[in-house]
Write a protein that binds this ligand. Structure first.
Ligand SMILES: Nc1ncnc2c1ncn2[C@@H]1O[C@H](COP(=O)(O)OP(=O)(O)OP(=O)(O)O)[C@@H](O)[C@H]1O
Length: 563
């Protein structure tokens, strides 16, 4: 990846993390305060145990040591519990902030991104990815701050008992930042690779599961199973790569921490026995030595914890990088809706050029007028841009040249007439539920008679007869069990119920038999009444029945154009 792109991606990731974590700052700070209090509890425990053991060893009563230690246990227990609670909330707040922003941005971007057949997959990806942000606010942010403040507090407490033990701890901790930085950079790259492998596997699995019948029919089960196995093996390798770094980093950290604690223990032991060979100028009592010794492991505890939290940071960074990339991609192409039109408009394409944001031209130099009350049909070979021209009116395809006018208004790039349009695509989308519910979705406030009337006009009552439950008949998921023509009729009923001034039909007769097509063509003129009707079609009979036909040509590919 070029350095500039990499830097701007890193910057975008960091600012996304900062923005989403902002919502949880209060809970993070309170949670951190509780963790520091828990650490103070540990200091009280160490002091209490050290002093009471020393007093008992000297043949005296335990004194204030025991109640101080008991108070320390209480403080540590309560503040630890409260801290966990607050930090769990901080994590959830960050996830919610990210989800809210993503869904808001994407919904503003129009139906394009979250619509269509893979809407479920994408929504699941957003939910999974944002869930990975939880550890950033709940564990990484407080863990990082505690790794700085915690050791300083413990170091001061140790220094009040034995300054030389504090110096030993300080020297041994100096090597750790370099090591932690090395681990962090390794983990981040590998976490990103692992998430990409996870995406590949889930994408491959979902597409194979959806097409399992087709795969079986083409005897491709073994081949597809092997490709899924490959994707799973890749995920396993990348997960193992992460685990290797994790195990190695933990082992090295534990080694340094153990050596350092051992040094402190050896020094305190020799000093208390009076056999320490060098003059340090420090006099050490049993109570001070024990307190310092009990505190020493706690000095490394936040740093140890931080090293195990790198995965939270790396997972969150990888998730934020992908999410912010999606958002940036979307905001390149914002869609704004025009208010609903009062009546059917004259739509003019004037030397219009359209594309899909991939640099290629899907339609160029398209000029025509669609008049209210007339059937205007875009015809031409597959790939010539008929659907693209229709989708430009709802802001899906990009306007890259010329103009589209709606009456006197010139549409700006990304401007959508969705609120004035009823659109029937090539593969109408149906949801689980009754036929009535599937029609009513076009206008949820429509009355039963209006729905029935739309169903009758669209010819639904022919197949949804009363004997089979009529409009209350349940449809399976995605309308499984209906023919293409039956789906098309439900979509038509929706369009009729919506009664929008512009009606866009993409290949409306593609799934109809000749009788049904003839029947549909008879309705076509009615559909055009008081509407601007724009149709995309290959059908010769539909073309012949149209008032106006505009022929589109496929765009030349760059390699075709050079002779
Ligand atoms: N969602 C999309 N993203 C990117 N490119 C697209 C998209 N939809 C269509 N295209 C491209 O735009 C060009 C025109 O496609 P379009 O579907 O508009 O043609 P069409 O004439 O409607 O074809 P058909 O008759 O097969 O439906 C094609 O090169 C196609 O690959």
């Amino acid at each position: 990846m070029p350095e500039d792109t990499e830097n701007s991606e890193k910057k975008r990731t960091r600012s996304a993390l900062r923005l989403w974590a902002g919502a949880s700052q209060r809970a993070v700070s309170l949670g951190l305060a509780c963790q520091i209090l828990a650490m103070a509890g540990w200091i009280a425990i160490a002091w209490g145990i050290g002093h009471s053991v020393a007093a008992i060893a000297a043949g005296q009563p335990a004194g204030p040591g025991l109640p101080v230690a008991a108070a320390g246990v209480l403080v540590r227990g309560i503040s630890g519990w409260l801290g966990d609670l607050l930090l769990a909330r901080a994590g959830q707040t960050m996830v919610n902030a990210a989800r809210a922003e993503i869904f808001e941005t994407l919904s503003k971007a129009g139906a394009g991104w979250l619509g269509g057949a893979d809407a479920g997959t994408r929504t699941a990806q957003i939910i999974d990815r944002t869930a990975k942000l939880e550890g950033y606010a709940a564990r990484w942010l407080p863990g990082m701050r505690l790794a700085v403040t915690g050791p300083v507090i413990i170091l001061i407490a140790v220094a009040t008992q034995s300054w030389l033990s504090a110096v030993l701890l300080l020297v041994s901790v100096m090597v750790l930042p370099v090591f932690i930085w090395l681990t962090a950079s390794e983990t981040a790259a590998r976490a990103k690779a692992q998430q990409a492998a996870l995406d590949d596997l889930s994408g491959a699995f979902q597409s194979r599961a959806a097409q399992s019948g087709l795969i079986r029919a083409f005897r491709g089960i073994r081949r597809e199973t092997a490709s899924l196995e490959d994707a799973a093996l890749q995920l396993r390798d990348r997960t193992m790569a992460i685990l290797r770094v994790a195990f190695l980093s933990t082992a090295v950290l534990e080694f340094f921490a153990s050596v350092s604690i051992a040094l402190v223990a050896v020094y305190i032991g020799f000093k208390l026995l009076g056999v320490f060979p060098f003059g340090t100028g420090e006099t050490l009592t049993l109570a001070e030595g024990l307190t310092a010794l009990i505190l020493a492991p706690e000095f490394f505890s936040p740093i140890r914890k931080l090293s195990s939290l790198h995965h939270d940071r790396a997972d969150a960074a990888a998730a934020a990088s992908m999410l912010s990339d999606w958002l940036a991609h979307r905001s390149d192409f914002p869609v704004t809706k025009r208010p609903p039109l009062e009546s059917a408009p004259v739509i003019t394409f004037d030397q219009t050029a359209l594309g899909w944001g991939d640099g290629k031209t899907a339609v160029s130099d398209l000029t025509f007028k669609a008049l209210p009350g007339k059937v205007t049909t875009l015809a031409g070979p597959s790939g010539s841009g008929k659907s693209t021209a229709l989708l430009a009116l709802i802001g899906r395809a990009r306007l890259t040249g010329g103009e589209i006018r709606v009456d006197a208004h010139t549409l700006q790039p990304g401007e959508s007439l969705a609120d004035s349009i009823a659109y029937i695509g090539q593969t109408p989308w149906l949801m689980e539920g009754t036929i009535r519910e599937n029609i009513a979705i076009a206008r949820p406030d429509a009355g039963p008679d209006e729905i029935k009337d739309a169903a009758r006009q669209a010819g639904i009552l022919d197949f949804a007869d009363e004997g089979r439950g009529g409009l209350e008949q349940d449809l399976a998921r995605f309308g499984a069990g209906l023919s293409g023509g039956q789906r098309q009729r439900i979509a038509l009923a929706r369009a009729l119920l919506r009664n929008a001034p512009i009606l866009l039909l993409d290949e409306p007769t593609a799934h109809l038999d000749p009788d049904a097509e003839e029947d549909f063509l008879r309705k076509l003129k009615d559909l055009a009444t008081d509407r601007t009707l724009l149709v995309a079609s290959h059908s010769d009979t539909l073309i012949a029945a149209s008032d106006e036909v505009i022929w589109l040509q496929p765009q030349l590919m760059p390699e075709d154009s050079g002779c």
